[in-house]
Design a protein around this ligand. Structure first.
Ligand code: FNR
Length: 178
């Protein structure tokens, strides 16, 4: 089985990005072991002073272990203030020195109610992921504009085109994990 760790960059309970991650989990075939990371809000603020070998904060250790064990990663993020949400950037900052993203096939999705689809956060996230040597999956990136029109209140994808593109991203990620 292929292990995919999915991360939503939003802490909001009604998050469209978290809804997308859940929808993708429901779309994923049986040969994928799809885990949704739920520790983003528990990570301490990145501070090298508390990143002590074998004594890193438990939430950091948990993130690093989950990333290490994953064959591939899928990130779904909103954009805040033209950038990557602080909580998501914070999580990545913890990984810069430990290296769990190295050569890790990674798919990147941004979703926003704006017509730009979170393009600035998307571009910024790619810069950070490339810096930590993640393998950005070809065909594994997607920006979703007008997200409010594509998910219903229950978080189900109602837009067929979006659903097909998400399936394609998942397929490309899966291929990159083999
Ligand atoms: C936003 N939003 C937003 N959207 C965007 O495309 N570019 C941006 O720079 C911002 N900035 C921003 C700042 C703040 C303070 C808020 C509250 C919101 C809108 C954002 O995309 C929208 O709230 C999404 O629904 C957030 O994603 P989730 O939580 O639905 O996944």
């Amino acid at each position: 089985k292929i292990k995919i760790l999915a991360i939503s960059g939003s802490l909001r309970s009604n998050s469209s990005n978290t809804a997308l991650v859940r929808a993708i989990a429901n779309l994923s075939p049986k040969n994928i072991d799809f885990t949704i990371y739920n520790g983003l809000g528990d990570l301490p603020h990145f501070n090298p002073d508390i990143d002590i070998d074998d004594h890193e904060p438990p939430a950091v250790k948990d993130l690093r272990t989950q990333l290490k064990e994953a064959d591939g990663v899928l990130i779904c993020t909103p954009e805040y203030g033209n950038g990557v949400p602080g909580v998501l950037k914070n999580a990545l900052d913890w990984i810069v020195s430990s290296g769990e993203f190295m050569n890790k096939p990674t798919a990147v999705i941004s979703a926003s109610p704006s017509p730009m689809g979170g393009d600035k956060a998307h571009a910024s996230l790619l810069l950070t992921l490339k810096m930590i040597d993640a393998t950005i999956v070809e065909g594994g990136t997607m920006m979703i504009p007008h997200i409010g029109l594509k998910l219903n209140k229950e978080g189900i994808i109602t837009d067929l085109d979006t659903k097909q593109k998400l399936l394609s991203v998942l397929w490309m990620l899966e291929q990159a994990c083999h």
